[in-house]
Unconditional design. Structure first.
Length: 238
């Protein structure tokens, strides 16, 4: 009986050691950093497209349509950046969930909440690029007819939907709780998640929800880099 108990204790100790050791693969974290960069690029492209926000064109659908024709490069950048971010956010979500589950308390909801925030953001970024191809083809092909009113809708769409990064704020807060309360991630990343995630979540919940597009991508970029490099230093020092 003593031998069996000793063997069981050793097995539990080995399992615990494996549980608290970060996984060796960091590809998902680099993908997360790339998703943050793509988000920054997409937001900057959206900022430049002023067809519906410039007072010279506001309220005149025909002028808005003509103005959008000047922004085909920005529309294409927005398309590639946001659709790319959507795909990379899914990969980052899967990796982050696995990473937090390795050290969070058994049965904790934090890994699922953190991943869910990224999934929500991925949907918003994908939807934000939903009209870009149709409007670009219409603007570059004279044989394609387009309603000016639709162009006005597109102008508002690309100026709002890609900015809905509130889910990233939820992810940041979940990482903060995991890091600061349960040591499930480097402590400095917990403070980054608390500050940037908290700001992103608060503005995303407020009538200023589009402001989340400024802080959300930066948060994801820092989290990606933090898990890519911070865990290595933490593991080397342990």
């Amino acid at each position: 009986m003593t031998t069996i108990a000793s063997s069981t204790a050793h097995e539990e100790l080995d399992a615990r050691r494996r549980r608290v050791s970060p996984t060796s693969s960091r590809g998902w974290a680099f993908v997360g950093a790339a998703a943050g960069i793509a988000g920054v690029v997409g937001i900057q492209a959206s900022l430049q497209i002023d067809a519906v926000y410039n007072k010279k064109y506001a309220g005149d659908a025909d002028l808005i349509l003509d103005r959008l024709g000047d922004y085909v490069p920005q529309l294409l950048i927005l398309h590639f950046a946001m659709t790319g971010a959507a795909i990379m956010l899914l990969i980052f979500a899967a990796g982050l969930r696995r990473r937090l589950r390795a050290q969070a308390p058994a049965g904790s909801l934090l890994p699922d909440v953190a991943a869910g925030g990224l999934l929500l953001t991925a949907v918003a970024t994908l939807m934000g690029a939903g009209f870009t191809t149709e409007i670009v083809f219409a603007l570059t092909d004279d044989t394609v007819a387009i309603d000016p009113e639709f162009a006005a809708v597109v102008g508002h769409w690309i100026g709002t939907i890609p900015w809905l990064w509130v889910g990233a704020g939820l992810t940041g807060v979940a990482v903060a709780v995991g890091a600061l309360r349960h040591a499930a991630a480097p402590r400095w990343l917990g403070w980054v998640g608390a500050v940037f995630g908290g700001i992103t979540l608060l503005v995303g919940l407020s009538p200023l929800q589009y402001m989340a597009g400024f802080t959300g991508p930066v948060l994801i970029l820092v989290l990606g880099l933090g898990f890519a490099f911070g865990d290595r230093r933490q593991r080397a020092g342990s």
